[in-house]
Design a protein around this ligand. Structure first.
Ligand code: AP5
Length: 223
């Protein structure tokens, strides 16, 4: 968990390889639906462009079916889900049905000025979804993806105006959920400022403290 631009996606990709857990970015899943023009994508598009959350009923059906199916073995690192109390309730019920549970809630933090700088400087590859930053993580060839050469674009919700709105949505909706998690589970707040490597090291330390660094432990769901 964590506000827009704090580095959830950047860190989740690294943890996926370092810890060996499947990473699912709900934002990326939605953007794929939009690119493919699926019925969910057609509806989701209007919400993403405005920086609003996609309605719970649409989203949770997709997430629960696709991500938590009992046929999928191993744990999952959920990036960007749940964001509302309703989503969290649906997730808890589905996890219980599949005999799974949330093992840890990780929350990255950073001041608003850092978030805005990261969001407005971000550029993404529309083909492979790799993310760059004009100042802190530029591509080798300006404007082109290092992985596939595709022309990089700015996300439609990464303008200064929409970014401010997304931060407000986070404060009004997701902060409430975080407050609830603080009361019911162990939330690990991790400082998201500094270099990408520094933040990864803090996250790994938090996972270790949560008992998830042990080799014999098979986590089932991290948020
Ligand atoms: P989503 O794509 O999840 O957006 P978000 O939560 O707003 O998060 P971001 O992707 O903006 O940032 P991030 O924290 O992943 O940062 P990143 O690693 O990219 O969701 C988009 C939309 O989908 C939502 O607005 C909503 O409409 C919908 N949606 C998604 N989930 C939903 C849900 N559960 N319910 C309803 N609707 C939902 O990093 C940002 C930049 O900073 C990058 O350029 C990166 O290179 C750079 N950077 C990262 N770390 C560092 C560092 N340590 N130092 C310097 N630069 C850094």
């Amino acid at each position: 968990m964590g506000p827009p631009g704090v580095g959830k996606g950047t860190q989740a990709i690294r943890l996926q390889y370092l810890v060996g857990i499947r990473h699912v970015s709900i934002g990326d899943v939605l953007r794929r639906h939009i690119a493919e023009g699926t019925p969910l994508g057609v509806v989701a598009r209007t919400y993403l462009r405005k920086g609003e959350l996609v309605p719970d009923d649409l989203l949770t059906r997709m997430i629960i079916g696709q991500v938590l199916s009992p046929t999928r073995a191993g744990g999952v690192l959920l990036d960007g889900f749940p964001r509302t109390i309703d989503q969290a309730d649906t997730l808890d019920a589905a996890l219980a049905r599949y005999g799974r549970r949330i093992d840890a809630v990780l929350c990255l933090t950073a001041p608003p000025e850092t978030l805005l700088r990261r969001i407005t400087g971000r550029r993404v590859c529309p083909a492979c979804l790799a993310a760059y930053h004009l100042d802190t993580a530029p591509p080798q060839v300006p404007g082109a993806c290092d992985n596939c050469g595709e022309r990089l674009v700015q996300r439609s919700d990464d303008s200064h105006r929409i970014a401010l709105h997304r931060l407000a949505v986070y404060t009004s909706q997701t902060q409430l959920l975080l407050d609830r998690y603080e009361q019911t589970s162990t939330v690990h707040r991790v400082d998201g400022t500094g270099s990408v490597a520094d933040v990864t090291a803090r996250l790994l330390a938090a996972l270790y403290l949560a008992g998830l660094g042990e080799q014999d432990r098979q986590p089932t769901a991290w948020v």
